[in-house]
Each structure stands twice: as structure tokens, then as C-alpha cells.
Design a protein around this ligand. Structure first.
Ligand code: ATP
Ligand code: MG
Length: 364
């Protein structure tokens, strides 16, 4: 998949930017605070409906502007002529999504625009809260398993209802729990199954990435903890945990408590990783996700690398570019200086300065 054109208005310091992207490597170079990360953030927003940066959503809109607007022309497959048009606007705290000129849900938008982004905050995928890893699994699943989203929505709705009941005046009335626990069990077991299958499908691409990028840690293994005891069904677990859940005021078991574990022969858990290794492990997981996506969709997602040179040492950067050279994907990369991949065929350089983005050379 590739972004042919990216239009940004009123995002962070970017006033109005209209970029024709290369199907190969796109390099954004500029000083600190110039707006490089904001360009990648625009692509990520279109693909996730949220930013990869923390902080209040109101800070996305350029100070002084009332509206932020993003638009992209997306070619699903490189060998196809047509493209879809996706748009995302934010005004007065509300999001509006459009696909091919028609109002759409954020879910529809995201489905049209798969972008994976490795940024300075990506180590959180490894060292941060389990929610980061659930989001990682669910983003991948959302794109490859169509039944995932309805089940996920069903689960979230039932979880909200059960939690409200646990805190209500009727919290000791067992009969009232049954419909919500039934819903949670059906949708939760389905999602659990999708996630397990997805984790299985990540193993082989992950092993290949790790062998190329991080051989010093030895063989890699992934594990999935489902969020309740393995030997019990979710329905049984919810019923038996009800009394303690009432005391705590929330549902303590289910797929909202799942986690993904990653271990290496020479580093059996995340406590053993250096900060740089956390980043490399996170990068490996994202690359494995792209590889799995390719197996199912026959195309890579767009791959963004923010501030690559300050994140990885030279050896690992070289290993990464060698790995990326084996594939035919679109890459957006930022840095204060041109990074290693800038010498590739089909590279387009952009200079970013005070919120303006200028192409430095024509497409080749
Ligand atoms: N809502 C906003 N309105 C206007 N400017 C903003 C807003 N939010 C952030 N900024 C500014 O926009 C710029 C954000 O730039 P960005 O993070 O994209 O820079 P960068 O080129 O990636 O820099 P670095 O090399 O430091 O990572 C900063 O100068 C920041 O102060
Ligand atoms: Mg930046």
C-alpha cells in the first residue's frame, strides 16, 4: 500500500502542506521543532484515528486555527491503477472521517489506510503497560480479521454495562449479571481465539526479523496471556469472580486484561533489555506485523521511521536498511540529517522548515 499524496492543514506547526510522495523512500530532513514528526503523525492519524504522541488532542490543531484537516490518496496495491481518497478533520473537539467523498466511521477510514510507525516512544510497546501490546495485536487483527471489530465492540459494550452494574445499587442481584456475562463470554472467547491465532502468525515473521536485526539476543519466543486462568472458560471465571469484582468495582478478568510476552534466549524477559534493545524489540515487532500483513494482503503497510538516526546505532540502522531492501514498501523517514536509506532508488527528499515542507528533487 502507498500514500500517493498527503495533504495536511492546521496540524501542530504545519499550516498547509501538500506532498506528492514517492512509492519508495521519502526522507524528511530539518531542524528540531521544524515539523518532521508532525508529517508522520498525519499519516498515523489517518491510519489509527489517534496520535502516537501522548497529550491532549486539542494540541493537534495548530494554535490559532479552529480546524485541522488531513487528506490522502491511497493506492491499496502497487499494481492497481485506482486509488481511494481518505480524509480526517477535527473541529470543536469532534472528528469527521470521509472515504471517497462520503462520511465514514473512523473504523472505515482506518481500514483504508494501514500505516505502521516506529517512533522515539515505541519502546513503550515493550516496556509500557499491557494496553500498548493489546493495541498492537488489535490493530493487526483489525486489518486481517473482519469479524474482529464487531466482536470487539460487543465486548466493550458488555464490559461497560457489567462494570456499571458492579457499582450500582443492584450489585448483589446475580440475575442481572447473566446477559452481560453471556455477551462478554461469547465476544471475549472469540477475540481470544483471534488473538491467539494472530500471535501464532507473528512467530515466523518475527523470527526472521530478529535473526537479521537482533541476532545477539538469540532465538525469540512469543507468549499470550489471555487475562483469566487458562483452565477456565471466561463465563465460569466471570461468575466465580463476581463477589470480589463487586468489592473492587470493576471486572478483573477478560480480554481487556490480556498481554503479549516476548522473550529471547539471552534475555528471558523485558527486565533484561537495555533501552536501545527495547527499541529494537519494538521495531522487530512492528516489522513482524508488517510481514504478517504482507502474507495476508500481499502488500506491506506504509512504514514510518521517526528520528531513526537518534534511535538506533549505525550497525542496527544498517541491518534495518538491509532488511527493508528485501521488500518493496513505501517508507517515510525523518531525521535532522539524511539517514542511511537516503541513497536508495526511488528516494524523495523533503526539507522541513518552520512548518513548511519542500521537495528537494523530482521523483525518479
Ligand atoms: N498546536 C500547535 N500549534 C502550533 N505549533 C505547535 C503545536 N503543537 C506543537 N507545535 C510546534 O510544532 C512543532 C512540532 O514539530 P515536530 O515535533 O513535528 O518537530 P520535529 O521536526 O519532529 O522536531 P524534532 O527534530 O525535535 O523531533 C514544534 O515546533 C512545536 O513547538
Ligand atoms: Mg521529531
Amino acid at each position: 500500500m502507498q500514500l500517493k499524496r498527503l495533504y495536511i492543514r492546521g496540524l501542530r506547526c504545519l499550516h498547509e502542506v501538500d506532498i506528492q510522495l514517492s512509492p519508495g523512500v521519502n526522507v524528511f530532513v530539518g531542524d528540531n521543532g521544524a515539523g518532521k514528526t508532525s508529517v508522520l503523525e498525519a499519516a498515523f492519524l489517518l491510519s489509527h484515528g489517534r496520535s502516537f504522541r501522548s497529550g491532549h488532542k486539542d494540541a493537534l490543531t495548530r494554535r490559532g486555527d479552529s480546524r485541522m484537516e488531513l487528506f490522502a490518496e491511497v493506492q491499496a496495491r502497487k499494481d492497481e491503477a485506482g486509488h481511494s481518497k481518505v480524509g480526517l478533520g477535527r473541529e470543536g473537539g469532534r472528528w469527521e472521517a470521509r472515504v471517497d467523498g462520503v462520511d465514514a466511521s473512523l473504523g472505515d477510514l482506518v481500514l483504508h489506510c494501514p500505516v505502521v510507525c516506529f517512533s522515539p516512544g515505541s519502546h513503550a510497546l515493550v516496556s509500557g503497560a499491557a494496553e500498548e501490546r493489546r493495541r498492537f495485536l488489535d490493530w493487526g487483527l483489525f486489518h486481517v480479521e473482519h469479524a474482529f471489530l464487531p466482536d470487539w465492540r460487543r465486548y466493550q459494550r458488555a464490559l461497560k454495562q457489567r462494570n456499571a452494574l458492579l457499582r450500582s445499587a443492584h450489585r448483589h442481584d446475580d440475575r442481572l449479571y447473566q446477559p452481560w456475562e453471556h455477551e462478554l463470554a461469547i465476544s471475549g472467547e472469540a477475540i481470544n481465539h483471534y488473538r491467539r491465532t494472530y500471535v501464532e502468525s507473528l512467530r515466523q515473521p518475527l523470527a526472521a526479523v530478529v535473526a537479521a536485526l537482533l541476532p545477539e539476543l538469540g532465538a525469540v519466543s512469543l507468549s499470550y496471556q489471555q487475562g483469566w486462568p487458562e483452565q477456565q472458560s471466561l463465563l465460569e471465571q466471570l461468575a466465580s469472580a463476581r463477589e470480589r469484582d463487586v468489592v473492587r468495582g470493576h471486572t478483573r478478568h477478560g480480554i481487556h486484561r490480556s498481554d503479549l510476552g516476548i522473550a529471547f534466549e539471552h534475555a528471558p524477559g523485558k527486565e533484561y533489555f537495555s533501552r536501545g534493545q527495547e527499541k529494537l524489540v519494538a521495531l522487530s515487532l512492528y516489522l513482524a506485523q508488517c510481514g504478517q500483513f504482507k502474507q495476508v494482503k500481499d502488500e506491506w503497510p506504509v512504514f514510518c521511521l521517526d528520528d531513526l538516526a537518534s534511535e538506533l546505532d549505525d550497525r542496527h540502522q544498517q541491518a534495518l536498511w538491509a532488511l527493508l531492501a528485501e521488500h518493496d514498501q513505501q517508507i517515510l523517514v525523518t531525521g535532522t540529517h539524511p539517514p542511511g536509506g537516503a541513497g536508495w532508488p526511488q528516494t524523495r527528499m523533503f526539507h522541513v522548515e518552520h512548518g513548511a515542507v519542500m521537495s528537494m528533487e523530482p521523483l525518479n
